[in-house]
Design a protein around this ligand. Structure first.
Ligand SMILES: [Fe+2]
Length: 435
């Protein structure tokens, strides 16, 4: 079935490209930071983290390890929980003024994404901050050269940013998040220590866990790479290149992990096996979507975070309004898969199976419904919002949500079924609440 999905197409791509950093995974591996940083040539590093982690045990372990290896460390922690342009500009100034030969990031997606973007603007400043962002918002300018060596240490089990060449940044003036992506933004090495998740509250494990789940299912159900047009210049092959045998491999395992361990890891902080597995699943899903691209659930999350109202989310020390990324992604996902499954029903059934859904008597016509039911069940078991209504949106917001998200052109085109503005409005309407 897999081979059939990647059957050659006229004028379609015949190749795909994989890029991942050197990955180290295991409890206690943060203590390897010094040796790893020295091995990639660092002698004076900017350590990026956030104000909540700055005085905590993970930053301490990493700092001690770096110093023990003879490496100078200067800490930068002025990073918002939702990485924004102001954080990036502050970080870029810090790097530009500090004479560093490497960056170590310790934190969640916001910290790692800020570190990537700050290096870019420190090394290659532009007149217009949007120059490096993808069109239509940005100019899609190519990165002029490599960034500094980067050792990424994730402290949450969702984003997978330690394994991707993507940085997502909120542009405050436009009140919206957008993506910078380039192979040069990939970290050189990642230290993935699941002990970092031991003390995370259940609701954080839930929102990050749905981010990882969604990365995986979007990779697995994305349009096949052979359906994308052939690229003239192979060095310009986009990260959003479609599902491929590599992303399948990592996404399948990440889906199995989410199906088996998400509810356990959310509802029992002492379930170390579940939390370790979710950390591994998040990195696997990052290795998958960083080499295939996501599609509608991520594309349609942008409208949700763009237009969110006075939402406060418990357990996050952050200004309102705020909706955690994983929630903004999964809230529309059941309605999306009910729509999109028609484009690749077998793949959707397989994905539901990896998520431990009951597939008895399920045929191709049921594929979207089977995925949606399984997602809704997982959302209910982890106390997620039951649709956009629970986030403060109503039917009156549907047109604006679709108009905002439709700008995510290539991600929308990576979906297994063609999707226009009207389709997106219909999907948002169906996502207001779930029976
Ligand atoms: Fe994500």
């Amino acid at each position: 079935m897999g081979c059939q999905y990647f059957a050659p197409c006229d004028h379609g791509s015949e190749s795909f490209t994989i890029q991942i950093p050197k990955v180290t995974f295991g409890r206690g591996c943060l203590a390897e930071a010094g040796a790893r940083a020295a091995a990639i040539g660092m002698s004076r590093v900017a350590l990026f983290t956030d104000p909540f982690l700055q005085d905590g045990p993970y930053v301490k372990t990493v700092t001690q390890s770096l110093k023990a290896a003879g490496i100078d460390v200067a800490v930068f922690s002025e990073i918002r929980i939702e990485a924004d342009d102001a954080s990036v500009e502050r970080g870029a100034r810090f790097i530009a003024e500090g004479d560093f030969d490497g960056v170590v990031s310790v934190g969640g997606g916001s910290v790692m994404d800020t570190a990537k973007a700050a290096m870019l603007y420190a090394l290659y400043p532009t007149d217009d901050f949007l120059d490096y962002f993808a069109p239509p918002l940005g100019a899609g300018k190519a990165m002029p050269g490599p960034l500094l060596p980067h050792l990424a240490c994730p402290t949450t089990s969702g984003t997978g940013s330690e394994c991707t060449s993507i940085s997502v940044i909120r542009i405050t003036e436009l009140d919206t998040k957008f993506v910078i992506a380039s192979p040069v933004m990939l970290a050189n090495a990642a230290l993935i220590d699941p002990a970092c998740c031991d003390s995370l509250p259940g609701n954080v494990v839930a929102s990050t866990g749905f981010d990882l789940l969604s990365h995986a299912i979007e990779c697995y159900t994305a349009k096949a790479y052979t359906q994308w047009a052939k690229i003239e210049d192979p060095t310009k092959r986009p990260l959003i290149q479609g599902a491929n045998p590599w992303s399948d491999l990592a996404a399948r395992k990440a889906l199995e992990i989410a199906g088996e361990y998400l509810v356990r890891g959310v509802n029992d902080a002492s379930d170390q096996e579940a939390r370790d597995q979710l950390m591994w699943g998040a990195s696997l899903a990052g290795m998958a979507f960083g080499n295939s691209g996501t599609h509608l659930p991520h594309a349609m999350s942008y409208g949700v975070t763009h237009l969110m109202r006075e939402i406060t989310t418990k357990g996050y020390a952050v200004e309102s309004p705020f909706i955690p990324h994983g929630i903004s992604v999964v809230v529309s996902a059941p309605a999306i898969f009910r729509y999109a499954a028609e484009g690749a029903p077998e793949r959707h059934l397989e994905a539901a199976g990896y998520l431990s859904a009951d597939l008895r008597d399920a045929g191709n016509d049921d594929a979207g419904e089977v995925v949606a039911r399984r997602l809704i069940s997982l959302m209910k078991q982890t106390a997620m919002p039951n649709g956009l209504n629970d986030l403060g949106f109503t039917a009156a917001d549907v047109k604006a949500l679709a108009a905002s998200s439709i700008r995510q052109g290539r991600a929308i085109a990576n979906a297994p079924r063609e999707t226009n503005l009207q389709d997106m409005e219909n999907i948002y309407t169906a996502a207001l609440s779930y029976a």
